[in-house]
Ligand binder design. Structure first.
Ligand SMILES: Cc1cc2nc3c(=O)[nH]c(=O)nc-3n(C[C@H](O)[C@H](O)[C@H](O)COP(=O)(O)OP(=O)(O)OC[C@H]3O[C@@H](n4cnc5c(N)ncnc54)[C@H](O)[C@@H]3O)c2cc1C
Length: 344
């Protein structure tokens, strides 16, 4: 384990923002972490744990210690006729875990294929896509308290997973390093294909419907479909810097929707347990931001929720753009957009 200084993070965040860390270290095994806890650099500086850097925006240099999580290892803890419990170290790539699961025919994470980043970051914002969230399959989270060095196992309930949210983003923010996550996957068919775009893809490609294969739908069919859909819709950070959806969708009360619909009768909305969700992408599009460019930064032309780095952008430029969008949406609709991306 070697602590480096003045380290350039541009290749470690999918926005491709050039920012420096005062101190930087990679951890490859649990022992590195214990050693790290005893160093002066760890004790005397603020810390940032980094996985794939796909949900962060560096708005300036980081005046502290960046810890890159490279802890690997996936094991099957136990298995019965219904469920398989899989424990993954936090530095594993999320998509690798999905592939491992679908290749074994296990249900539960197939809708979450191709989400960038690491397993350790996944509970932070309860990653979700295409009608699924890790909340549905998470068993527990093992994490180190970075002040005491003690390990704690958080049950699913203790993680307080919500829409792009968890206890680790709120009351326990910056207090724990997520070491490993255990998932409870299903051996028994448990498909979740009600999400419209997914269903249409499966039908149009004859993966479901009258010509469906006689052996029935497999988790791999769904993860393949999700991969194809995502590749056609989302910009690849290897080609254009971005961090996926920059903003969260907006939740309002049904009464507020009624009020807004008097002016915007076409406003799309999804109702979930007495709360109404308005797609943030639609709000941004209505403010004519889709496809617009402001110097080195812009809003993606196919996906208004995604802010992009056209090349050479600073985090500050992305932030200025984000704030302009927030202000415009507020002025037009009276609704508050909240960033999903972690601003560092
Ligand atoms: C093209 C694209 C598409 C995306 N699509 C989706 C999507 O469909 N659904 C979705 O939910 N997200 C999506 N995202 C966002 C992102 O992939 C997820 O949030 C992912 O979980 C981030 O993982 P990461 O390892 O890159 O985290 P990082 O960006 O490295 O870190 C994110 C946050 O977690 C903290 N953190 C990371 N690891 C640890 C740890 N071990 N312990 C404690 N804290 C930690 C960091 O400090 C930071 O605050 C997308 C991003 C991109 C670029």
């Amino acid at each position: 384990m070697q602590i480096l200084t003045n380290y350039n993070l541009s290749k470690l965040n999918t926005f491709g923002i050039s920012a420096k860390a005062k101190f930087f270290v990679e951890i490859h095994q649990e022992a590195d972490l214990k050693e790290l806890f005893n160093t002066e650099e760890f004790k005397n500086n603020k810390k940032l744990f980094l996985g794939g850097g796909s949900n962060v925006l560096f708005t300036k240099d980081f005046d502290g210690l960046v810890v890159l999580n490279k802890l690997k290892g996936i094991e099957i803890l136990k298995e019965d006729s219904k469920n398989v419990f899989i424990r993954s170290m936090g530095g594993e790539l999320w998509h690798d875990l999905v592939i491992l699961a679908v290749e074994r025919g296990l249900w539960g994470v197939e809708n979450l294929a191709l989400i960038p980043g690491t397993v350790g970051a996944a509970p932070m914002q309860n990653i979700g896509a295409y009608g699924a969230e890790i909340k549905n399959v998470l068993e527990n989270v093992e994490a180190f308290n970075i002040s005491t060095g003690k390990k704690k196992i958080f049950s699913k309930e203790e993680c307080k997973l919500g829409y792009r949210d968890s206890v680790f983003k709120n009351e326990l923010k910056d207090q724990y390093f997520i070491l490993a996550v255990t998932f409870k996957l299903s051996n028994i068919e448990n498909k979740n294909i009600t999400y419209k775009v997914l269903q249409e893809y499966l039908e149009n490609n004859k993966i479901i419907g009258s010509k469906a294969s006689p052996v029935g739908l497999q988790p791999r069919d769904i993860s393949d479909a999700i991969e194809a859909i995502r590749k056609s819709k989302l910009p690849d950070p290897k080609i254009i810097g971005n961090a996926g959806s920059f903003f969260k969708n907006v939740f309002i009360k049904p009464k507020e929707l009624e009020e807004l619909q008097k002016t915007y009768s076409e406003m799309p909305h999804f109702d979930e347990e007495g709360i109404t969700k308005i797609p943030a992408g639609w709000l941004i599009e209505q403010c004519r931001w889709k496809g617009r460019r402001m110097g080195n930064v812009g809003v993606h032309d196919k996906q208004a929720l995604v802010l992009v780095n056209h090349g050479g952008a600073t985090g500050g430029e992305v932030l200025v753009l984000a704030n302009k969008i927030i202000a415009d949406v507020k002025e037009k609709f009276g609704l508050e957009l909240v960033p999903e991306v972690n601003l560092i």
